[in-house]
Design a binder for this molecule. Structure first.
Ligand SMILES: Cc1cc2nc3c(=O)[nH]c(=O)nc-3n(C[C@H](O)[C@H](O)[C@H](O)COP(=O)(O)O)c2cc1C
Length: 319
């Protein structure tokens, strides 16, 4: 079980829908690999249909050896579907399964998934049990928030712990708070003190902007691990051990953009429009003199080949 072998505090790449696909994960694993990588969330209902299953696998559940240990995140509301989906995910060779109990998206909440499960602890527990049964030996973890409308850590975390997920990631905001307020790390710390002695690992998540900040937070709040999402956009060096991630030259940024684009092409040229990739350009081409001008030229790219050509044409003067 990979979780037990990690050195603390461990660092995880957060699941991010339409961002942490196989191409993005490959770039992160290549330039500065974290201890754990998570896929974006995948609907268990979709995974239970033969027709959509193959499509979902191609879009969301591809991975490479370099990305191990890799955890697939699933969401839904029906325990039977979690059981089936977990069986399928296990058959794909993942190292773990994570259950999304934090997504605030309206359509997810309407279906009783994501953060809505905070309001249904009994069902949440049934889901964890069903996922464990379906996953065979794979460790099952949960990612959640501090509460739905109000912070309910004191009630919610013991409910989860009672069915022993291997780990709980706490995003330090309620569903109601979305991403509007700074993450409440004191509440994440409270979750850790509630979990102390239970054997359940606690990861903190929300607004971590550098690896050293993450290390300090883990120490201060006695956490086993830290999960990071947005700060890794355009910054696949985030998890690297050196201070490298603090300053990356323009040349390296340009090369990394090219690498990521190549991977996007390799996995998605036939199924995803290039527009899905374009959102990454700004992150890579930022923080150096002339970044804005270069960006405006590169943004004209219509596909990865175009992007490579434009990078070759305009990036010569950057060092
Ligand atoms: C574009 C985007 C997509 C996200 N998709 C997911 C998801 O699929 N599953 C999930 O559990 N959280 C998802 N999240 C939430 C992140 O995993 C994370 O909890 C949140 O961004 C706070 O961490 P950060 O401040 O390090 O980004 C998403 C966040 C963003 C910005």
């Amino acid at each position: 079980m990979f979780w037990d072998k990690l050195k603390k505090p461990f660092f995880a790449l957060a699941p991010m829908h339409d961002v942490t696909d196989v191409a993005f994960r490959e770039a992160v694993a290549h330039f500065g690999k974290p201890d754990i990588l998570f896929t974006e969330f995948v609907s268990v209902d979709g995974l239970c249909h033969d027709k959509s299953r193959e499509k979902m696998k191609r879009y969301y559940l591809q991975f490479t050896k370099l990305q191990r240990p890799i955890v697939a995140q699933i969401w839904g509301n029906n325990p039977d579907h979690f059981f089936e989906a977990a069986k399928y995910v296990a058959s794909l060779g993942f190292d773990g399964i994570d259950i999304n109990m934090g997504c605030p998206d309206k359509s997810v909440i309407k279906q009783g998934g994501g953060a809505a499960l905070i309001l249904e602890p009994q069902r949440a527990k049934e889901i964890i049990e069903a996922t464990k049964k379906g996953s065979g030996k794979l460790p099952v973890s949960v990612k959640t928030r501090t509460g739905f409308d109000d912070a309910t850590i004191d009630e919610w975390i013991p409910e989860l712990i009672s069915v022993h997920p291997v780990a709980i990631t706490v995003h330090g905001r309620t569903k109601k708070e979305l991403s509007r307020v700074p993450a409440h790390w004191d509440l994440i710390g409270r979750a850790a003190s509630i979990a102390a002695g239970s054997g359940v690992y606690i990861l903190g998540n929300g607004d971590v902007s550098s690896k050293s900040e993450g290390i300090n937070l883990a120490e201060k709040y006695k956490l086993d691990g830290i999960m990071v999402g947005r700060s890794v956009l355009g910054n696949p060096w985030f998890f690297s051990d050196k201070d490298e991630a603090d300053y990356v030259s323009a040349r390296k940024r340009i090369e990394a953009l090219g690498y990521h684009a190549e991977k996007f092409d390799e996995y998605f040229s036939e199924i995803k429009r290039f527009a899905h990739f374009k959102k990454h350009i700004k992150g890579y081409l930022s923080g150096f003199d002339g970044a804005k001008e270069l960006r405006s030229k590169i943004m004209e790219a219509k596909n990865s080949t175009d992007l490579k050509n434009l990078l070759d044409k305009y990036s010569g003067r950057y060092i």
